[in-house]
Ligand binder design. Structure first.
Ligand code: NAD
Length: 333
């Protein structure tokens, strides 16, 4: 069987996912949800989408009666994910939601609960969880090739343009760089170290309070401590370029990814040499694998479900709390 996907939010990333799905064997774009009739027309002709699989934000609850759609992939601004996921779940469809799944852990938990109640699956667009060089480093770490893990460094950022975009609007974005690119360092720290942080410290710097308004973070540096003794030092920013780098250090070896989370090609090396796995389009592999998860009950090696996303949201909450209070936030309890 083929996973029949409808995309909600026909913007930049929705378009990227749709194009990547052309190369999928197990997943196919069959429907759209959009508030813009002209975009629906354009997507219908580009992807041969029948009229009966086209919805807008008012009527998409009716997807409940559509037997030709299995899952809705939500690629709208972050602040809308919570309500949209809950509506899709209530319509009895599986959901794939873009990262960040929500703008805080409370919302995230509500989304998980709603999907559980509706007996549908909730997956989150963590495309790096299927990236071959990333998975090879994790395999090497698990087999002990780096020895005891001591340190992770994650640097994620870019200089953001247009000050009027939703990414700089607290309501729609939920925050600033942390909600967009910083989450890669959080998620990366967890999958590269292979443990869950037990404490967080964080410091914010803002050079442009006009562009980055109250509640929209420009630059945050944060640190994690892990139960095995490893520490992480990370940077999230909307005001510096060329920051896309992970470094993992163990007592017997190291791994470096640079670029580490861009659309690719990802470049990686360890103390044993260059990683040579061929580049794959992340979104194509992600959708093939997610079809396997949703249709065949396949288990990914790094989870991509709501619970996994909730762990990142709890850390984002903790980072914002640490910034606000200036205190170390203890996560053990
Ligand atoms: P975008 O601005 O290009 O697209 C957003 C779409 O949502 C637009 O088509 C817009 O019309 C629509 N929309 C619906 N309701 C809206 C509203 N009330 N206000 C504003 N827009 C509204 O943004 P994008 O880059 O496609 O990002 C969408 C989501 O995808 C975000 O959650 C983002 O974090 C995520 N994303 C993930 C990746 C990844 O690599 N996994 C990459 C880019 C974006």
């Amino acid at each position: 069987p083929v996973l029949r996907v409808a995309i909600m939010g026909l913007g930049g990333y929705g378009n990227r996912v749709a194009e990547a799905m052309r190369d999928c064997v197990k997943a196919k774009l069959v429907g759209v949800i959009s508030g813009t009739p002209s975009k629906i027309k354009d997507w219908q002709s580009r992807f041969s989408i029948p009229e009966k699989n086209c919805y807008n934000y008012e009527n998409f609850d009716r997807i409940k009666d559509n037997k030709d759609i299995d899952v809705v992939y939500i690629t709208t601004p972050n602040g809308l994910h919570h309500d949209q996921v809950i509506r899709v779940a209530a319509a009895g469809k599986h959901v794939i939601c873009e990262k960040p799944m929500a703008i805080n852990a409370k919302e995230g938990q509500e989304m998980i609960d709603a999907c559980k109640k509706a007996n549908v699956q909730l997956l989150v667009g963590y495309r790096m969880h299927f990236e071959p060089k990333t998975l090879e480093i994790i395999r090497m770490r698990n087999s002990g090739e780096f020895g005891k893990i001591m340190f992770f460094q994650g640097q994620c950022g870019f200089k953001i343009g247009d000050p009027t975009q939703w990414r700089l609007n607290k309501q729609l974005a939920g925050g600033g760089a942390m909600m967009d690119i910083g989450i890669y360092a959080i998620n990366g720290a967890r999958y590269m170290v292979g443990e869950e942080p037990i404490w967080v410290t964080a410091q914010e710097t803002k050079t442009d309070p006009v562009k980055f308004k109250e509640g929209v973070d420009e630059t945050i540096q944060f640190q994690f401590g892990f139960p095995g003794g490893a520490v992480a030092s990370c940077l999230s920013t909307y005001n510096m370029n060329n920051l896309d780098r992970f470094f993992l250090d163990g007592e017997k070896g190291f791994a470096e990814l640079q670029p580490s989370t861009g659309y690719g090609p990802i470049k990686g090396r360890t103390n044993k040499g260059e990683l040579t796995h061929p580049h794959v389009t992340h979104q194509t592999v992600q959708m093939e694998e997610m079809a396997g998860i949703l249709l065949e009950g396949k288990q990914p090696s790094i989870p991509v479900n709501g619970e996994e996303a909730l762990k990142d949201l709890k850390l984002i909450d903790a980072i914002y709390k640490a910034v606000k209070t200036g205190q170390k936030v203890d996560l053990k309890g």
